[in-house]
Write a new protein. Structure first.
Ligand SMILES: Cc1cc2nc3c(=O)[nH]c(=O)nc-3n(C[C@H](O)[C@H](O)[C@H](O)COP(=O)(O)OP(=O)(O)OC[C@H]3O[C@@H](n4cnc5c(N)ncnc54)[C@H](O)[C@@H]3O)c2cc1C
Ligand SMILES: *[C@@H]1O[C@H](CO)[C@@H](O)[C@H](O)[C@H]1NC(C)=O
Ligand SMILES: *[C@@H]1O[C@H](CO)[C@@H](O)[C@H](O)[C@H]1NC(C)=O
Ligand SMILES: *[C@@H]1O[C@H](CO)[C@@H](O)[C@H](O)[C@H]1NC(C)=O
Ligand SMILES: *[C@@H]1O[C@H](CO)[C@@H](O)[C@H](O)[C@H]1NC(C)=O
Ligand SMILES: *[C@@H]1O[C@H](CO)[C@@H](O)[C@H](O)[C@H]1NC(C)=O
Ligand SMILES: *[C@@H]1O[C@H](CO)[C@@H](O)[C@H](O)[C@H]1NC(C)=O
Ligand SMILES: *[C@@H]1O[C@H](CO)[C@@H](O)[C@H](O)[C@H]1NC(C)=O
Length: 606
């Protein structure tokens, strides 16, 4: 039998001030009196912490953040950029999801990590900072009927969130990025690579040798991403540390704000409507458990609830609450409160595939992935000097490619690019075998991400149980659009093979790491087999609480993030994006959260 208690500010406050993000114990809760928050935010992840920070700039707004996972404080693996590949899957900071069988991948079940920790997925991801294209955001504006979503209107929010910092090694960055498109006063740190690698010069020579799609782009984050350049990552250069929404937006100075309360290990089961407003259900209360316990607590907001549980969990919380497809909810005996059939639908993700080669060098990262003596040494260097291999993420160079408009792929399939100048795939280069580390050998990996899945490549999040804490069923829709996805992926793999065939790698690459890896002479059938066997998720999940126009039939939220057919609830996280951007999804998530915070402040400014 679950008991329910109300939470109040004074008690949380007393615990908060000692430790920053608090962990309450159940024992304390019966002493708690009444609740009086202006805003309650569900999920202290990438977007949720942005909103929490910006709202509490107003000292009159009391904000409670409920985060299911633990605190990130003091965890080295979450701080050292190089260790990003160890933060998931199946760790203390991961929800440990797996997709349902993916028909596009020969039926494979694919690992599907999501951050389960303060900072959310920004605390565990691999740090790549890409914004997508101007056309992506102009398409959002067009699709939602809200010019606020256009690139020109979102660029100020990208800049507002960003603090571009010097790289750890303080190398001269002139000519490696375009300062005019970056922000320098924000809370999310970004930098260029902090330590050189032995392949940097070879990569540059390869681009110079190849031509074709291999052109230079001074800064692929300008809105015009086509071409190749230096990778930018969410790393604070001077401290050589991961920048997450926790390290930035919940830095100590912000946690000390008396009007910001952050509760970790607090998992929300549902949002509750106790009344209607203007004829629609109004949601002002959340229900949650602490430390996985059986007791359910509630907290209420006098102004708004903000749901920021991410693209897999936000739809789950909505469905637990009776918000979603009435027929799907009835399968689990959940009464329908707001009938919105698109909750959990329209899931967009990015397929990724990595090609690897054994190389004639001992200067790759592979030894640092498997030799504990080297690891100890690199960690000590990082601690002492904030320099060295451990200051780097997974890639030094990145680029974006558009398949020509006259390609035969688009004779029978709609071109899925968001607009002119927008890419179909991304390529990035790694100085090690990206994936499981072999016991010996040195490697080069080149990965490509299909940025523009076709119209039929849509997955979903559905409930598997009436238990609000059960794991949802996730269909990532990977390579599900037969006409578009595999054809574009073939072009992407060929492009990777062309890159690897540049003379610059001639005395470097020895052979493919996997003998089944195709070469440039491979047939389409051979490429397709390789692609369907080896493609996995890049984890750029969006779309499951999609924005549509105000008054539109479908969709989940209006362009101002408000839940349709309801009052009191906004959704602010990657799930609202109606299409996946042509890049890794965190930069867009920070920017949209900054915009949401401004809209919420404006609503309550009177
Ligand atoms: C392994 C991995 C690597 C990635 N690499 C990159 C990369 O290099 N670059 C990039 O741009 N993007 C990357 N991404 C994607 C990117 O990080 C995400 O798109 C983005 O961070 C999502 O932000 P969000 O706010 O929507 O969700 P999240 O950051 O996931 O935040 C959701 C938060 O809500 C909490 N929560 C969930 N359910 C509940 C509940 N019921 N009650 C309370 N709290 C709850 C979660 O624990 C989490 O803290 C990666 C993703 C993964 C998984
Ligand atoms: C994920 O798996 C790890 C390792 O088994 C475990 O410690 C962690 O608690 C799991 N996460 C969740 C949310 O259950
Ligand atoms: C906006 O969308 C409409 C169709 O919905 C399309 O006809 C039009 O060309 C689009 N405009 C831009 C600028 O993308
Ligand atoms: C790489 O090889 C060179 C020469 O064979 C050797 O001097 C050097 O120590 C090696 N470096 C590493 C990191 O193993
Ligand atoms: C596409 O156009 C380019 C130049 O405009 C041309 O070289 C190429 O052959 C065309 N490709 C196809 C498939 O028509
Ligand atoms: C397009 O579809 C037609 C009719 O089905 C088919 O004959 C043709 O081969 C297709 N073209 C391409 C490039 O797939
Ligand atoms: C879904 O529920 C069924 C039946 O309880 C269970 O066997 C299965 O493992 C669940 N799936 C997931 C992904 O948890
Ligand atoms: C491709 O070329 C390599 C040698 O360069 C050869 O070993 C391989 O058999 C060829 N594959 C096909 C499908 O022709």
């Amino acid at each position: 039998m679950r008991l329910s208690y109300k939470l109040a500010i004074p008690h949380i406050l007393s615990l908060l001030h000692s430790s920053g993000a608090v962990m309450l114990s159940e024992r304390d809760l019966p002493h708690v009196a009444t609740t009086n928050y202006d805003f309650v935010i569900v999920g202290g992840g990438t977007a949720g912490n942005v909103v929490a920070n910006r709202l509490t700039e107003n000292p009159n707004f009391n904000v409670l953040v409920l985060e299911a996972g633990p605190s990130d404080a003091g965890v080295l693996a979450l701080q050292v950029p190089f260790l990003c590949t160890t933060t998931t899957p199946q760790t203390l900071w991961d929800w440990n999801y797996t997709t349902v069988s993916q028909p596009g991948l020969n039926g494979a079940l694919v690992g599907y990590p999501r951050g389960y920790v303060l900072g959310g997925t920004s605390s565990v991801n691999c740090l790549v900072y890409t914004r997508g294209s101007k056309a992506d955001f102009d398409r959002y504006a067009n699709f939602t009927g809200d010019e606020g979503w256009s690139w020109d209107n979102m660029l100020p929010y990208f800049k507002k969130s960003e603090k571009f910092t010097p790289p750890s090694d303080r190398h001269n960055t002139a000519g490696q990025f375009d300062p005019s498109v970056h922000g320098f006063d924000g809370l999310n740190s970004v930098s260029l690579p902090g330590a050189p690698t032995a392949i940097d010069d070879r990569f540059e020579a390869a681009i110079d040798q190849l031509g074709g799609e291999f052109t230079w782009n001074l800064d692929t984050n300008s809105g015009s991403p086509l071409g190749f350049g230096w990778s930018q990552a969410v790393i604070d250069g001077p401290s050589a540390s991961r920048s997450s929404s926790s390290t930035g937006y919940l830095a100590r100075e912000f946690l000390l704000r008396p009007n910001l309360h952050v509760l970790v290990n607090a998992q929300v089961s549902r949002v509750i409507s106790e009344r209607t407003r203007d004829g629609v259900p109004e949601f002002k209360t959340v229900e949650f458990r602490l430390n996985g316990g059986d007791t359910l607590f509630t907290a209420s907001a006098s102004k708004e609830l903000i749901l920021s549980a991410g693209a897999t969990n936000t739809p789950q919380v909505l469905m637990n609450s009776g918000i979603g497809s009435a027929s799907h909810l009835s399968e689990h005996g959940i009464p329908s409160i707001v009938d919105l059939p698109d909750v959990g639908e329209n899931l967009f993700d990015h397929p990724i595939i990595t090609l690897s080669w054994r190389v004639d060098s001992n200067m790759t990262y592979d030894d640092y992935k498997r030799n504990s003596a080297l690891q100890d040494e690199a960690l000590q260097t990082w601690k002492d000097t904030r320099q060295g291999v451990y200051a780097n993420g997974i890639s030094q160079h990145i680029g974006f490619v558009r398949v020509p408009d006259n390609s035969s792929i688009f004779v029978n399939a709609t071109n899925p690019a968001s607009g002119p100048g927008s890419p179909h795939f991304e390529i990035f280069v790694s100085n090690f075998l990206l994936g499981a580390t072999p016991s010996e050998g040195n490697y080069l990996s080149i990965s490509t991400i299909l940025l523009t899945p076709g119209d039929n490549a849509r997955g979903s999040v559905k409930l598997n149980s009436s238990d609000p804490f059960a794991i949802p069923l996730i269909d990532a829709g990977l390579l599900a659009d037969d006409a578009t996805d595999v054809a574009l992926m073939r072009e992407a793999v060929k492009s990777v093979l062309r890159l690897a065939s540049a003379p610059a790698w001639g005395d470097y690459i020895i052979e493919a790491a996997d003998s089944a890896q195709p070469g440039l002479n491979a047939t389409d059938a051979q490429l397709d087999t390789f692609i369907r066997t080896n493609t996995r998720s890049a984890y750029h999940v969006v779309g499951t609480s999609s924005i549509t126009r105000k008054g539109a039939e479908g969709g989940v939220v209006d362009p101002d993030f408000k839940l349709k057919k309801a009052a009191g609830l906004r959704i602010v996280d990657a799930s609202v994006l109606p299409f996946v951007p042509a890049g890794h999804s965190q930069a867009a998530t920070y920017a949209l959260a900054e915009r949401a915070a401004d809209l919420i402040k404006a609503t309550h400014s009177a």
